[in-house]
Write a new protein. Structure first.
Length: 539
């Protein structure tokens, strides 16, 4: 049974708008800040007072968010204080877009989107690790979407330091077999978090991040088995055994599945050692598929996480720019021609994806990952003079054999070239004389770019009917097929997708004086229209 939502506090300089969401320990409300004028999210903790552990927890979370909130993919915190009745609250950046949990429940993410989101959130996790902070609760619901459409990691409420200061919370884990009181979210937590004395490290966050990416691709949590019991104890048992449920999508490459499975290994020693190693592996999958690699944004004070020395200078308080990590490490200078290539470093061997055929047709794979094509050395430039051949050589039978003289060698080569030319001419004449088969012109869709790809049509606009606060949008399908559905999205500050079977959408509770708009796409066999139809009421 869900608890009642707390009353939004009265905050000087802020106007209450509406409830955004509720969690186990706090409610989040939308407020309008008066100066500067902007929408903000206010997280109000349920603690009535701030005595002892509660005070330390509130101060710790405020300080953690303040240290990390300048990162482009971490929610920014503006202010922290106490409201009336000693109610602690945070004033944070308002992220109007849906969380990853809301998105994958409508439909799983495309591979490119999941890779890009995973790398960006991974850079935020790596930035936290560079400051000695573990998140400990990475999951789809804690990855929001800001006003620019970028992912934003939030909820550092159960974060801990790398030195081992692990705060605990009481969370009810209902699964049919009972409850447990631990500070974690079971479906995305690694096996070490289920011990009597949890001892998480950076590899624990790597596990949770990989489990989050797996979830948004599969449309379900990694250890959930459709059609079977998926209670808390069932999930924990599968996590400890490493029994990952397959994603079940043909468009997800095997290399990406291998990266995620490695990051979700039940043994920490088998996972990627750092968040940077994990996101680098995701970048290599992007390159394999022909995508531009997404940058890893890290402040330069986290240089040790990249395996390179920090900048010298001694100015410990100055602000340093964000560093972008390239997808591949710098290549070593080539050695002498004909020398065997140097073996890669041990870390590189542990994270490289080898021998994977690109999925995108004609997409060039990076040179470092092309293990099926071997480049053999050849002599370039001046040749080393050969030793002069002896004038005569004696065979085993005693007869003297003379090498071909230069002039005779040229004559032999000329005769051989003439024979080859005559044969080639006869072959060409035979090909020309043979009746040629009729060729059909390729259709515009079937070009040299690859096989024919069916494009989902775009819906056509229909009548828009308004009756008070209710608006009915209609549209048509120009080429309907069996099984077609329609995905429409209300253009609002917090949009969500709706999937319907008939070409009609009804929006209720609108302001009769305000314009209402929706975007519509046709959903066919897992694909949607490339461009949405936008329908609006008249002003």
């Amino acid at each position: 049974m869900r608890r009642a939502v707390s009353t939004p506090p009265v905050l000087p300089g802020f106007e209450y708008e509406k409830l955004l969401g509720s969690g186990g320990f706090a409610d989040v409300f939308l407020y309008k800040q008066n100066l500067p004028r902007r929408d903000v999210a206010v997280k109000v903790l349920l603690t009535d007072g701030l005595d002892g552990a509660a005070r330390r927890q509130f101060v710790a979370e405020a300080n953690v968010m303040a240290q990390l909130s300048t990162h482009p993919y971490i929610v920014t915190i503006y202010h922290a204080d106490l409201a009336e009745g000693s109610r602690p609250y945070f004033v944070m950046e308002y992220c109007p877009g849906p969380s990853l949990a809301e998105r994958y429940k409508v439909r799983p993410l495309e591979v490119a989107d999941a890779l890009r989101t995973g790398i960006r959130v991974g850079s935020a996790v790596a930035a936290a690790h560079a400051q000695g902070i573990l998140h400990r609760d990475i999951k789809p619901a804690n990855v929001l979407t800001n006003g620019f459409g970028w992912p934003a990691l939030t909820d550092f409420g159960i974060a801990s330091t790398l030195e081992g200061d692990v705060p605990t919370h009481t969370t009810s884990l209902a699964g049919g077999e009972g409850t447990a009181s631990v500070g974690l979210s079971v479906p995305w937590s690694p096996s070490e978090m289920f011990q009597d004395d949890p001892d998480p490290d950076v590899r624990s966050d790597v596990f949770s991040l990989a489990a989050t990416i797996h979830t948004v691709l599969a449309g379900r949590t990694p250890f959930e088995v459709p059609g079977k019991s998926n209670g808390t104890l069932d999930i924990i048992g599968r996590i400890e055994r490493g029994a990952i449920t397959p994603i079940g999508r043909d468009d997800v490459p095997r290399s990406l599945i291998a990266v995620l499975n490695k990051a979700m290994s039940p043994r920490r020693a088998d996972r990627y050692a750092t968040a940077v190693d994990f996101v680098r592996a995701l970048q290599r999958v992007e390159l394999e598929l022909g995508y531009s690699p997404t940058g890893i944004d890290l402040p330069s004070f986290g240089a040790e996480a990249l395996g390179r020395p920090e900048n010298d200078g001694g100015d410990e308080t100055r602000f340093r720019p964000i560093a972008t990590v390239e997808a591949q490490a710098a290549k070593a200078a080539p050695g002498p021609i004909g020398a065997p290539p140097a073996a890669p470093a041990a870390e590189e061997q542990a994270t490289r994806v080898r021998g994977i055929t690109p999925v995108i047709p004609q997409a060039p794979a990076p040179a470092s990952d092309q293990t099926h094509t071997m480049l053999r050395p050849r002599t370039i430039g001046a040749q080393t003079p050969e030793a002069p051949a002896p004038e005569s050589e004696t065979s085993e039978g005693g007869a003297t054999q003379h090498p071909v003289a230069p002039k005779r060698r040229g004559l032999v080569i000329g005769i051989a070239a003439g024979v080859v030319a005559v044969i080639a001419a006869m072959v060409i004449i035979g090909v020309i004389a043979r009746p040629q088969p009729k060729h059909h012109s390729p259709s515009p869709a079937a070009t040299a770019q690859g096989p024919l790809v069916q494009v989902v049509p775009e819906p056509k606009a229909g009548p828009v009917v308004r009756s008070g606060g209710t608006v009915t949008f209609n549209w048509t399908n120009p080429s309907p097929k069996k099984g077609d559905q329609y995905v429409w999205t209300l253009k609002a500050t917090n949009p969500s997708d709706e999937t319907v079977s008939s070409p009609k959408a009804v929006v209720t509770g609108t302001n009769p004086d305000a314009q209402v708009c929706i975007d519509v796409r046709i959903l066919r066999a897992g694909r949607t229209s490339p461009n949405p139809l936008t329908e609006c009421t008249s002003d």
